[in-house]
Design a protein around this ligand. Structure first.
Ligand SMILES: Cc1cc2nc3c(=O)[nH]c(=O)nc-3n(C[C@H](O)[C@H](O)[C@H](O)COP(=O)(O)OP(=O)(O)OC[C@H]3O[C@@H](n4cnc5c(N)ncnc54)[C@H](O)[C@@H]3O)c2cc1C
Length: 322
């Protein structure tokens, strides 16, 4: 059991955590990044990334995250392969405990633990991820230009994703297992008015059908929840939009969370309800959920943390001089 101490402790090594590490290291805060079970974060689970600025050609998600990690290490951040299971945010330095018993102490803490998409839980869904099945229209919609696509879900995200996909496809189907949507009225109105979107009510996806070879997704097998009948919908893209789980269980009771379980931050900053604790990336963002926004708020968190620490250290020096 070892105790690791630093001025800046960062939890999570996706685009948010690593961007915070790059800025934190360059500000002399010697960050330690605890990486968790998914070093590099969600982008390591995808292939083509076409919307991260700075690259004229398509890049690969795992490669991008490897570059970010190398850049963070190059400027002085330290990576730790550990998963945090307990936190104590009552006093500074904040104290986090890893699953092997190691202790991490930081004068400031940046939380960048992300949010995972919820999936339907079908074997065919798992098998077809990246081959026609996605949970992010903003990320992957572009790859389905001119193709038939479907969105599964009935909340705001599903409706927004369906509307977003009309930028690329003139044949978008929203599939919902009930006979009404949970999405806000205004979004529903826009959806129903759109000539290129149709809605299939009372339908559950039972299988994402693989066309074999390199064909990828070719259809959805649908079950009618009222009649019990099966039908087939030919599509090349299936977007599951049934919500996200922010990775905030660790912080429940220690920090203010919003009604959806995301870490609550002050508008326009990354400050949480505990002074000295900052949150960035998808763990505090249920709206944008993109690598570039995660990286942007990671930068904000490091700058907020640096200012907090400078003010706290100045106060401590002033007190000592009294
Ligand atoms: C398949 C897929 C494709 C995508 N494609 C794109 C795309 O093309 N363009 C785009 O902009 N966005 C894309 N996204 C979205 C993008 O990946 C996310 O918005 C982004 O990764 C969020 O970054 P983050 O740093 O907030 O969190 P994440 O990337 O989710 O990273 C979270 C980090 O926290 C760590 N962690 C969690 N819990 C603990 C713990 N208890 N202890 C220690 N560490 C912990 C994890 O191990 C991980 O390192 C895609 C997402 C997916 C799933």
């Amino acid at each position: 059991m070892t105790t690791h101490t630093t001025r800046m402790l960062i939890l999570g090594s996706g685009p948010a955590g690593l961007s915070a590490a790059i800025y934190g290291a360059r500000a002399g805060m010697q960050p330690i990044v605890v990486q968790g079970i998914q070093p590099g974060g969600q982008l390591t689970t995808t292939t083509d990334v076409e919307n991260y600025p700075g690259f004229a050609d398509v890049i690969q998600g795992p490669w991008l995250m490897e570059q970010m990690q190398k850049q963070a290490e190059h400027v002085g951040a330290r990576m730790m392969w550990d998963t945090i299971t307990e936190v104590d945010l009552t006093n500074r330095p904040f104290r986090l405990i890893g699953d092997g018993g190691d202790i991490y102490e930081g004068e400031v803490l940046v939380i960048a633990t992300g949010a995972q998409a919820k999936w339907l839980g079908l074997d065919s869904e798992e098998a077809m991820k990246g081959k026609g099945v996605s949970a992010c229209a903003t990320c992957d919609g572009f790859f389905y230009r001119g193709k038939k696509v479907a969105v599964i879900g009935g909340g705001n995200t599903a409706v927004e994703e369906a509307l977003y996909l009309t930028n690329h496809s003139d044949d978008v189907t929203l599939i919902h297992r009930r006979d009404s949507l949970r999405a806000e009225r205004i979004l529903q109105e826009r959806l129903f008015a759109h000539p290129n979107v149709k809605v299939l009510w009372n339908k559950e996806v039972r299988e994402f059908v693989d066309g074999g070879g390199n064909a990828g997704l070719v259809a959805l097998d649908l079950l009618d929840t009222v009649t019990g009948e099966h039908s087939r919908l030919d599509v090349e893209g299936g977007f599951v939009a049934i919500g996200h789980h922010p990775a905030t269980e660790l912080f429940r009771g220690h920090l203010e969370l919003d009604s959806d379980g995301y870490i609550a931050v002050e508008t326009g900053s990354t400050r949480t309800s505990v002074p000295g604790v900052f949150a960035c990336g998808d763990v505090a963002d249920k709206v944008y959920r993109q690598a570039v926004t995660a990286a942007g708020t990671g930068c904000m968190a490091a700058l907020d943390a640096e200012r907090f620490l400078a003010a706290a250290e100045f106060e401590e020096l002033a007190k000592a001089a009294e």
